[in-house]
Design a binder for this molecule. Structure first.
Ligand code: GLU
Length: 475
């Protein structure tokens, strides 16, 4: 047990993540929720998801659903989920109570702009100093005089954010408020409200640093687009375990050089003490790196199951147009009858996330040759260091013979390589293998010729070599 766990062992910990559903789950929100979750689980507490849906103009129910779904995908489970709007009667009750005991008052206003109220409810501020020990920032001290008698509700039925937020925290028995640093300046007024309403001890606060772009600005949907949304990564074939691991690394580390942790392991090693004070840079390459680590750990079955959903449509339908099951990806002939398993190791080798698969097969993509041989200029067949058409032609003819001799049922990368290797070594690997590879793919960049031949199968490989020979012979 670390020192934090000891400190909290006397009380039952209750935390909450309280998103406003004005958009899909933001990576910053997901990280806040994750830190809440890890802290809570480590200390045997309870965690609540409270959807703060009281701003009717900006909230949408589909966003609330999207947030819940994003947590399902991430594997972050809450003990309880509720909506703030369900608590309106409670907010009203507390407003009445505060007015009755003189801690708040109905204030007559001089409306200065259109739509402004002529009456609001204000908090009676005693202007005390508020000091609290933030679990990440350390001691924070505020003089609350400048807040004045701040507004807590537009009317008895229209509490504003600070008020509802605090009442719900009190009502749920929240012991620890772990949230983004942007809320630090809200804390003094929320503490004032808390102490006016409740005898319960104040919660502990932990304000976690902002997530910044590589240019060190706060990341936002407005500036950075859909990459700030968790849903984007789900859609693009990231693994939730990798995404969670990446989120945890934003502003926290285990204090040694370990980086790979699943959710359970994170729960064991996490502590708020190790959360850094400075902003955390959101580096997509780092995320891709994490994802690749997790991709490499999948067994073949898992990899195929997940990858197949991202395979291009033409690999997913039979010659007669019917949709093929994932088992297709274990078949024997990629071009028609389903030899996609052959291509899986190659795909695994090239991608960082499943969403990159379609690109590999698009025109110009490294695996586009699997579908069709593109039209290519015959000069492409000539090796730059010895661009002599006669040499290329001679080698292609010889390779055609060597390939024909390989048993069709044993047409594997290894067997193909052994059939061609000594000839290539004796006659110059570049001279021999360059035209062969281009014959298979029509491209300057592609996997090695043995793998290409294996993927294409014996018939198609030979037919492409013959096409190249024809191409070069037509001077
Ligand atoms: N609804 C607020 C937000 O989404 C919650 C603030 C808090 O955690 O107290 O920013």
């Amino acid at each position: 047990m670390d020192s934090q766990a000891k400190i909290y062992s006397g009380t039952k910990i209750v935390t909450r993540f309280a998103p406003s559903p004005t958009g899909f789950l933001h990576v910053g929100g997901a990280r806040t929720a994750l830190f809440n979750y890890l802290f809570t689980k480590k200390n045997g507490g309870k965690i609540i998801l409270r959807i703060e849906d009281t701003d009717a103009e900006r909230n949408k129910p589909e966003y609330a659903e999207g947030i819940v779904k994003a947590f399902d995908w991430l594997g972050i489970k809450f003990n309880q989920i509720h909506k703030q709007s369900e608590n309106f009667p409670v907010h009203r009750k507390y407003l009445e109570k505060l007015i009755a005991n003189g801690k708040a008052f109905v204030s007559k206003e001089e409306p200065r702009e259109e739509g402004q109220r002529s009456e609001v409810i204000r908090f009676k501020n005693d202007n005390k100093d508020i000091i609290f020990e933030d679990l990440i920032k350390g001691e924070v001290k505020f003089n609350t005089t400048e807040l004045g008698d701040f507004v807590i509700a537009k009317s008895l039925d229209e509490p504003i954010f600070h008020f509802s937020n605090v009442i719900d925290d009190i009502n749920s028995g929240i012991t620890h408020i772990i949230r983004g640093e942007e809320h630090l300046s809200n804390t003094p007024r929320q503490i004032l409200i808390w102490e006016a309403v409740s005898e319960a001890p104040r919660p502990s606060y932990a304000h976690i640093p902002l997530i910044l772009s590589e240019q060190k600005e706060k990341i936002s949907k407005r500036k950075h687009g859909e990459i700030v949304s968790v849903e984007y990564y789900q859609r693009n074939g990231y693994l939730p375990e990798a995404f969670v691991n990446f989120l945890a690394s934003l502003g926290w580390n285990a204090g040694d050089d370990r980086e790979i942790f699943n959710l359970q392991e994170l729960t064991e090693v996490f502590s708020l003490e190790k959360v850094q004070k400075a902003g955390a840079v959101f580096n997509q390459d780092k995320l891709r790196w994490f994802n690749r680590q997790y991709l490499m750990r999948l067994n073949d079955e898992e990899f195929i199951g997940k990858a197949s959903k991202f395979m291009p449509e033409w690999l997913r339908v039979s010659n007669t147009g019917e949709q093929l099951p994932d088992s297709r990806f274990r078949g024997n002939d990629i071009r028609g009858n389903g030899n996609n398993i052959k291509i899986m190791p190659l795909i695994r080798d090239k991608i960082h996330a499943f969403g990159e698969i379609p690109m590999l097969f698009e025109t110009g993509g490294e695996l586009s040759f699997v579908r069709d041989l593109p039209d290519y200029a015959k000069e492409t067949l000539l090796w730059k260091k010895n661009p002599d058409p006669k040499t290329a032609l001679r080698h292609l003819n010889e390779i055609s013979k060597l390939l024909s001799a390989v048993d069709e049922n044993k047409f594997t990368t290894d067997n193909i390589k052994s059939a061609l290797w000594s000839y290539a070594e004796a006659n110059g690997k570049g001279d021999v293998l360059w035209p062969v590879r281009v014959a298979f793919t029509g491209q300057e960049k592609s996997p090695d010729p043995f793998v290409c031949a294996f993927i294409l199968g014996k018939n198609e490989s030979l037919s492409r070599i013959h096409k190249a020979i024809e191409n070069l012979s037509n001077q």
